[in-house]
Write a protein that binds this ligand. Structure first.
Ligand SMILES: [Ca+2]
Ligand SMILES: [Ca+2]
Ligand SMILES: [Ca+2]
Length: 232
């Protein structure tokens, strides 16, 4: 199951921090804590991974993921790397991977290894898309879901370290789709969460966003629940 987008704020150096997660490895006590800082480095952004120990976290036990370094693709200036993220084992190798979003660039998958998130990265999806990772078909393998302003796309599990391929557009044919060009322009995605809400062993998705402006100039929020089980 993905532990995506659970909120946690750590200190002034983490302007956009998300955390939580599940232990893996089983011997180090506290699980790794992921902190996205999209405003860091003059808005190029980075992600800090705090490695847990039995006594908690310390700044001395951390890794900083920076675009252009250690095999992570470089998105250039103002990438806002770390604006969103989700974690899970996307290629089924037993090591947790991290999907990192950006407002202005495609997302990046940073591959996990036995030494942590050191396997380099690959691009996936489009700019500003929101990621979530979960086992949506209950086969024991994680899949990636990406929410754009106008559609929600499910991806196949990754093969090796290649980018996962799109498998299905979950919003295709739904009334959820924009009905007019005006709707299409005004609809904005704001977040995507994967969790097993009904306890059946398969993860569901909750997408949310806003539509603006309404006729009176106000902002309307929307949310959609996807109990997705297509073959992927
Ligand atoms: Ca993996
Ligand atoms: Ca699955
Ligand atoms: Ca479920």
């Amino acid at each position: 199951m993905a532990a995506a987008l659970a909120g946690l704020l750590l200190g002034a150096a983490a302007p956009a921090a998300h955390g939580g997660g599940h232990p893996h490895g089983g011997t180090s006590g506290y699980p790794p804590l992921i902190i996205g800082s999209p405003q860091a480095r003059s808005s190029d952004g980075h992600v800090v991974v705090l490695h847990g120990s039995r006594s908690g976290y310390s700044a001395g036990r951390s890794t900083t993921l920076i675009p252009g370094e250690a095999g992570i693709p470089d998105g250039g200036d103002y990438e806002n790397f770390g604006d969103t993220f989700a974690r899970g084992d996307l290629n089924g190798d037993g090591h947790e991977d991290l999907v990192v979003g950006s407002r202005s660039r495609p997302l990046t998958i940073v591959w996990g290894t036995a030494d942590g998130l050191t396997g380099g990265g690959v691009r996936v999806g489009g700019p500003g898309e929101f990621p979530a990772v979960g086992d949506f078909d209950g086969d024991g393998r994680d899949e990636l879901a990406l929410l754009a302003d106008r559609q929600l796309t499910l991806h196949h599990p990754a093969e090796g370290r290649a980018a996962p391929e799109p498998a299905a557009v979950l919003t295709e044919g739904l009334e959820w789709e924009p009905q007019t060009p005006t709707d299409a322009r005004s609809r904005q995605a704001r977040g995507l969460i994967a969790a097993d809400f009904d306890g059946d062993g398969r993860d569901e998705l909750v997408a949310r966003g806003v539509i603006h402006p309404m006729m009176d100039g106000s902002l309307a929020a929307w949310a959609a629940y996807f109990r997705a089980s297509p073959a992927v």
